[in-house]
Design a protein around this ligand. Structure first.
Ligand SMILES: Cc1cc2nc3c(=O)[nH]c(=O)nc-3n(C[C@H](O)[C@H](O)[C@H](O)COP(=O)(O)O)c2cc1C
Length: 104
């Protein structure tokens, strides 16, 4: 498991505006070569931030953004029925036309 932590402040008064953007890019650029090397990543936003902050002694200007499981993809047959159904369900992606804002 990889816990991704953003650093919020440059110093006492200045925020780092691109911290979350940079962190997202870092995780994306971890995921692509991992896939190329036969590994799988699964990013998660459902976690106990307070427990992770305590476990890693995070300071006030550090915040957990995501947790990523990294490893070899297992066998869907080993999952519970409910999780197997989710795992083998056809993937759908939001079409680009719904994601792009065009001002022409
Ligand atoms: C920021 C972020 C948070 C996510 N949080 C969760 C999560 O808490 N639990 C979960 O099962 N999937 C979560 N997902 C979705 C999975 O990581 C994955 O993208 C999704 O299951 C689609 O998988 P697929 O690429 O195999 O279709 C999250 C994805 C992102 C980008």
């Amino acid at each position: 498991m990889i816990v991704s932590v953003e650093k919020l402040l440059i110093d006492a008064t200045r925020e780092i505006p691109w911290a979350r953007y940079d962190l997202g890019q870092a995780v994306a650029h971890l995921s692509i070569p991992a896939q190329s090397d036969g590994l799988h990543t699964h990013q998660m936003g459902g976690f106990d931030g307070a427990a992770l902050a305590a476990a890693f002694n995070l300071t006030e200007d550090q915040a957990v953004v995501t947790v990523t499981a990294l490893g070899v993809l297992g066998n869907a047959d080993d999952l519970t029925a409910e999780l197997r159904e989710r795992e083998v369900a056809p993937r759908s992606r939001t079409p680009l036309t719904e994601l792009l804002l065009v001002n022409d």
